[in-house]
Ligand binder design. Structure first.
Ligand code: HEC
Ligand code: HEC
Length: 135
């Protein structure tokens, strides 16, 4: 009546398919994003460690200072004065002129979509010169 062999083969195929997501992704966690740091400017308004974990809070602080108390000037710990501006300071030509190679790399990886760009204008980036090579 039953074909034992076929049932066993069926069960094995079923198990392989069921566990596919587990063994297929084994050891293949998505690569950490590589961000491109500015070539010209080497010093951000705060340390790299601070910016990595607190850039969102700093941006909020900048926005609130400008919009609510009309204070536009920020004095960094090393005494340098900056204009508190997302577009004109952070995203300036000397700094993060390429949103796609910096902000977006991390945000895409972590699934963060800041709504800032609904209003603020990201820097214009020239399209890639060469299309990405296929492998
Ligand atoms: C609904 C539109 C809108 C959105 C969304 C928005 N902003 Fe703004 N933002 C403004 C306007 C308008 C100003 C005032 C511009 C000025 O006075 O220079 C401003 C000012 C600022 C400033 C200070 C001035 C400057 O030139 O940058 C910062 C910093 C800022 N926003 C950061 C942010 C961040 C960070 C986000 C996302 C978390 C964000 N904004 C989202 C409209 C917006
Ligand atoms: C090193 C990785 C990294 C880089 C580079 C980076 N971000 Fe972020 N950003 C994050 C992470 C992670 C979060 C989410 C933090 C959280 O939810 O606590 C975030 C959150 C934010 C938020 C708050 C968004 C929200 O909805 O709460 C803003 C605004 C923001 N980033 C702006 C920027 C801008 C502007 C740049 C580029 C100049 C940038 N970030 C570059 C990692 C990065």
């Amino acid at each position: 009546m039953y074909d034992g062999g076929k049932i066993i083969v069926g069960i094995i195929i079923g198990l392989v398919l069921l566990t596919f997501p587990i063994w297929y992704t084994h050891g293949m966690a998505p690569k950490r994003p590589e961000v491109k740091l500015p070539e010209k400017e080497k010093q951000c308004v705060q340390s790299k460690e601070y910016m990595k974990t607190k850039h969102m809070q700093l941006l909020d602080l900048w926005r609130d200072s400008v919009v609510r108390v009309a204070q536009r000037s920020y004095v960094a710990p090393n005494g340098t004065k900056y204009d508190m501006s997302l577009q004109n300071t952070c995203m300036s030509a000397e700094c993060h002129a390429k949103k796609t190679e910096f902000c977006d790399r991390c945000h895409d990886y972590t699934g963060v979509v800041p709504y800032c760009w609904d209003c603020h204008i990201p820097p214009k980036e020239e399209p890639k010169e060469k299309p990405e090579e296929m492998h």
